[in-house]
Design a protein around this ligand. Structure first.
Ligand SMILES: NC(=O)c1ccc[n+]([C@@H]2O[C@H](COP(=O)([O-])OP(=O)(O)OC[C@H]3O[C@@H](n4cnc5c(N)ncnc54)[C@H](O)[C@@H]3O)[C@@H](O)[C@H]2O)c1
Length: 291
């Protein structure tokens, strides 16, 4: 995309974390920003921050897991700013964690609803206009967990592998059609955001009723504290990721990884597939729930 100035970007999960940083970065490039997010106080605060920085911004309370809500986001964005040029399908939750057999239907439904259906709904409501205009760009936020399967994060891994597949499918379809719409598959490693507090946005009807009331013991608490320190010291900044996303939209770059920390493990997985053997499970900082 040669010039972002005056164009419009819709960012789901734009109230905090990486989505907020993308909003600030694209806003600084002159884009009008529409935030779709389920957390109303953060949504209001981020919209106000953008406006105070001179960005034309609109916050729309949105549940990406609900198709009607996503349609309302697209309609409201168009009514306010006209055609949408960039769509960042970024809203996500850490989701239900634990060994596969212990996860509840609610765990699966919540994680799949936000992380996977949210992306599918975004494609359904935004892609037809982008294709008709034969311009614009779609960013899908996947994860390194779309390339490596971490123990105790089954629902999250499944949604992120699926998001990678959706991004690759979209890229292939657009290429086949000779379309000028761009696609980026964002695969962050560890980034300092609110993702580890995702339960804050879990709908009441999808609460995990089987384990939530069990207090964690001292050893588990200590282990989580150590992991929190590691995450704090090693996680990348959301602003750095937003810079990469800005450049990827400008240059129409498909793959965006935020670091090389997982390259070896991903290469080993690819080699294992080539050799028809199981890959070794990589040691993982993200495996904080494996207790
Ligand atoms: N932080 C990391 O280390 C990391 C690594 C890889 C991928 N990711 C992905 O990055 C994306 C952004 O997450 P983040 O790390 O900035 O976390 P975050 O919690 O700071 O931001 C996520 C945003 O999504 C919103 N959200 C949650 N459920 C929603 C729903 N149903 N509808 C609309 N909005 C909803 C939240 O309110 C929040 O503003 C997610 O897709 C996440 O899976 C994060």
């Amino acid at each position: 995309m040669d010039d972002m100035n005056g164009k419009t970007a819709v960012i789901t999960g734009g109230a905090s974390g990486m989505g907020k940083a993308m909003a600030q970065r694209l806003g600084a490039a002159g884009m009008k920003i529409v935030l779709g997010d389920i957390e109303e106080p953060a949504l209001d605060a981020t919209t106000a921050e953008l406006e105070a920085a001179g960005v034309e911004a609109l916050g729309v309370l949105t549940d990406v897991s609900n198709l009607a809500s996503m349609r309302a986001l697209a309609d409201t964005a168009k009514a306010k700013f006209g055609p949408v040029d960039v769509v960042a399908l970024n809203a996500g939750v850490g989701g239900g964690t634990g060994r596969l057999e212990t996860l509840t239907t609610n765990d699966w439904q919540w994680t799949f609803g936000v992380n996977l259906q949210g992306v599918v709904h975004g494609i359904q409501v935004f892609l037809p206009d982008l294709k008709a205009a034969d311009s614009g760009h779609v960013v899908m936020t996947a994860s390194v967990a779309g390339h490596l399967a971490y123990p105790s994060m089954g629902p999250y891994n499944a949604t992120k592998y699926a998001t990678v597949a959706l991004a690759e499918t979209l890229r292939a379809e657009l290429d086949h059609d000779g379309s000028n719409v761009g696609v980026t598959c964002l695969c962050p490693g560890l980034v300092l955001t609110g993702i580890f507090q995702s339960e804050r946005n879990r709908p009441e009807q999808l609460l995990d009723t089987t384990i939530a009331s069990e207090p964690i013991d001292d050893e588990q608490a200590a282990r989580r504290a150590v992991m929190a320190d590691i995450i704090l010291s090693q996680g990348k900044s959301a602003e750095m990721v937003a810079d990469l996303v800005h450049d990827a939209i400008r240059d129409n770059t498909f793959w965006v990884f935020t670091d090389g920390d997982f390259d070896q493990a991903i290469a080993e997985r690819h080699a294992a597939i080539r050799d028809r053997r199981a890959a070794n499970t990589p040691e993982s900082l993200l495996n904080i729930y494996d207790e």
